[in-house]
Design a protein around this ligand. Sequence first.
Ligand SMILES: Cc1cc2nc3c(=O)[nH]c(=O)nc-3n(C[C@H](O)[C@H](O)[C@H](O)COP(=O)(O)OP(=O)(O)OC[C@H]3O[C@@H](n4cnc5c(N)ncnc54)[C@H](O)[C@@H]3O)c2cc1C
Length: 391
Amino acid sequence: MAALTSIDLAPFFAAHHRELADALAATASTLEAEAHGQPDGGGAGAERDPARLARSLGERHGLYRHLVPRAGEALDVRALVLVREALGYADPLADALFAVQGLGSYPIVIAGSTAQKEAYLPDVVSGARIAAFALTEPEAGSDVSAISTHARADGGDWVLDGEKIFISNVPIAHHYVVFARAEGATDPKKNLSAFLVEQDTPGLELESQPLSIDHPIGKLTFRGARVPGSALLGRVGDGMRIALATLEAFRVTVGAAANGMANAALHDALRHVSARRQFGKLLSEQQLVQGYLADMATELDASRLLVLRAAWLKDTSGGRTPSEVAMAKMYATEAAQRTIDRAVQLLGGRGVLRGTRVEALYREVRPLRIYEGTTEIQKLIIARALLAERA
Ligand SMILES: Cc1cc2nc3c(=O)[nH]c(=O)nc-3n(C[C@H](O)[C@H](O)[C@H](O)COP(=O)(O)OP(=O)(O)OC[C@H]3O[C@@H](n4cnc5c(N)ncnc54)[C@H](O)[C@@H]3O)c2cc1C
């Protein structure tokens, strides 16, 4: 039967991961109870306050320390996988907030000056500062090279103009890592740069975009938004490298979140079919239902194996692993969608009732196939790597 967490795939882990998994089990059950009103799901939770939840993931649960490695250490991707599978299972909103805190702080980890690291990272870890990552634009989604937000040097400052959309953590973030075309790059093809922009910067407007799920997300409009020269991350022209390195570090963890959500759906489906009787016997005694359960468990374990292979490779090989990461992200998110859909089907009418966990998961899992590189973009990455091997 499917394990409760990936830690049961022990060969991929070091000893400290086991301790983390034990600690996460307690955190996850607290978050799950708060999100759903009762530990085993069901029941619509009270209206959520994402800003408070985001802060508590650092302040109360200490989870953001996994996003900011100690000096001289690398990101522990397998730890992130464990955290995101646990959060995906317990509370997908908490998972999204955790992930975006990473996307909005890892650029500082890899490219920040000592002063930037000291000013930002301790508060990121404590949860006092909520971060965000602003790459996507109306005309630049999958094609990041089409970014048109512009940064002009002016008297030691930078002045930003342009628009970003679908930026998670609008409006709760304290800062945005903004990718813009900056003047001054020696190679015009590499003139994307990254800037740390405070949420209260004059000339920056925030606007929420309502989603099918209740997550904070929105637009940023820059109209002559002036930031100091010290807001530049790395050097002019480093933006594409910073953006891609950040996405590559976190992409595999999207698959882990999907696995957590799929496992929650499988859990609720098993519980339901073991109690619900039709045609004089339990649903779990119907062979067609058993076939569904077998498919769900098999796809979940296959997803976990792909995610853990990619995370283990990232942690241990030190090199880039784009193809393995893409396979894991693509397969796990697509499989989770199928598993959650089957859980909805097994719950029948109850599966589409508001307040039922599988109904919420059906909506929660959908964006995972789109953000941090759509399924189609992952296919391109995998195919290009295959073809390059033959060249
Ligand atoms: C919930 C959510 C949270 C997000 N959070 C953030 C965030 O915090 N920061 C941020 O910067 N962005 C964020 N995004 C944006 C996200 O990264 C983009 O939506 C994603 O990159 C796709 O871009 P797009 O929506 O413009 O779709 P498009 O790029 O227009 O794609 C539309 C469709 O065409 C397909 N397609 C595109 N190019 C090709 C191709 N060459 N071959 C085959 N098919 C192709 C795509 O796969 C997709 O199916 C978020 C999105 C969502 C839904």
